[in-house]
Design a binder for this molecule. Sequence first.
Ligand SMILES: Nc1ncnc2c1ncn2[C@@H]1O[C@H](COP(=O)(O)OP(=O)(O)OP(=O)(O)O)[C@@H](O)[C@H]1O
Length: 261
Amino acid sequence: MALIEDKLYKRIKNGVGRAIADFGLIEEGDRIAVAVSGGKDSYTLLHILAELQRRAPIKYDLMAINIDSGYPGFRTDIIVEHLRDHGFTHHMEPTDHYGIIKEKRRPDSSYCSICARLKRGALYGLAQRFNCNKLALGHHMDDFVETLLLNQFFVGSLKAMAPRMLADNGHTTVIRPLVYVEERDIVTFSRQNRFPVVCCCCPVCGTADQQRKRMKELLRHLEQDIPHVKRSLLRALANVQPRHLLDPLLCKTSGASDSTP
Ligand SMILES: Nc1ncnc2c1ncn2[C@@H]1O[C@H](COP(=O)(O)OP(=O)(O)OP(=O)(O)O)[C@@H](O)[C@H]1O
């Protein structure tokens, strides 16, 4: 079952290739655990990394890893069938995150943030267990830009996500090779290739993260007037002018003296 190799495929593949080159995401001898949730983003990531692997001048290994958080109805069997059909080495990890969240969550704490924290810890653990030095996540351009806006609007901080970052465990390098790929391209690519997308089946699925939905909506509106707004926001993250910011630490190191707009 080969991927449909059209213009869209080439655009996604080139975007991933560019990110790998710009941020040094993949190196000779890497063992990369690709975190596959059963969603469109991580299926796309896995398939594109496998395509690049076939043509790359360097050698690296890939394996798909999945965390089953234990939400009733989560169809790991569908994901496994797809991974098997395409010949991917894989491991599905059953956990009782659902039980832990039910027991430990305080009424005022966010369901998604606890779930994500447990999942992230389990993914790092699995990457180490399978001797993988890198963990690839399926965050794409929209995730980066929305996170940038969320942090500015609701946290008061100028930050997004790192395309490459050493995790707190000191062993695993997290990489995000879809940083230059737009979500709308992934949606179409995933449909074209009939990736068997499964729901995570958590109790708040589809209703959570209203603030992120607002950022998506805002960007959609802005795009009508400024078609390249997302690309421009992403470029801004790679073009920081410390002398024109207000962070006292940056002001000291950049020698800024004039704060007039
Ligand atoms: N249960 C899981 N098992 C393995 N990896 C996961 C799991 N949940 C999330 N991930 C990884 O974390 C990334 C971001 O997760 P998030 O929950 O934001 O999903 P998403 O943006 O809907 O992506 P996807 O379409 O891949 O589900 C995913 O793309 C995937 O790489």
